[in-house]
Design a protein around this ligand. Structure first.
Ligand code: NAG
Ligand code: NAG
Length: 130
């Protein structure tokens, strides 16, 4: 289930954020806007596409490599997120979004609102009879 405020949820459902989110726990490469890149495992992605990675190798534009246990990448520094070849993009997005949908269904919002309407009607009648 995607956790975040309304704005983050909107991004999740309306941008490719859901694809990046599906790459959580996967090993991948992220190119940064300053021509450096980061290889590692995506540990978490927030609703603005800021990404936390672990077991990181950071390569700067001169080709120097540095290892870090963890790295936080600001969304605004990301140029590309490489999607591993074993991932079918469409299937991944579909699976990711159904995963969230299934968690929402048990709430049964229709039944609840019908009950609420009934209660409201009853209240209104009570108020009117006073
Ligand atoms: C490139 O951006 C990353 C992430 O913000 C930063 O850690 C790194 O120092 C930058 N490298 C250069 C050469 O500016
Ligand atoms: C993630 O990025 C957004 C904008 O890109 C920023 O407003 C937010 O504070 C960032 N989150 C963290 C934890 O730094």
């Amino acid at each position: 289930m995607f956790v975040g405020n309304a704005k983050e949820k909107f991004f999740y459902h309306n941008t490719l954020l859901c694809l990046v989110k599906a790459l959580q726990d996967q090993s991948t490469v992220i190119d940064l806007r300053n021509d450096s890149y980061v290889c590692g495992i995506i540990s978490s992605v927030d609703g603005f596409m800021n990404i936390s990675m672990s077991n990181v190798v950071y390569c700067d534009s001169q080709g120097n490599e540095y290892s870090f246990e963890n790295m936080f990448i600001h969304a605004r520094n990301i140029r590309y997120v490489h999607v591993p070849q074993t991932f079918s993009i469409l299937t991944t997005i579909r699976n990711e979004l159904t995963k969230t949908k299934q968690k929402i269904i048990p709430k049964k919002p229709v039944e609840k609102s019908r009950k609420a309407k009934k209660a409201l009607k009853l209240h209104m009648e009570t108020v009117a009879s006073i």
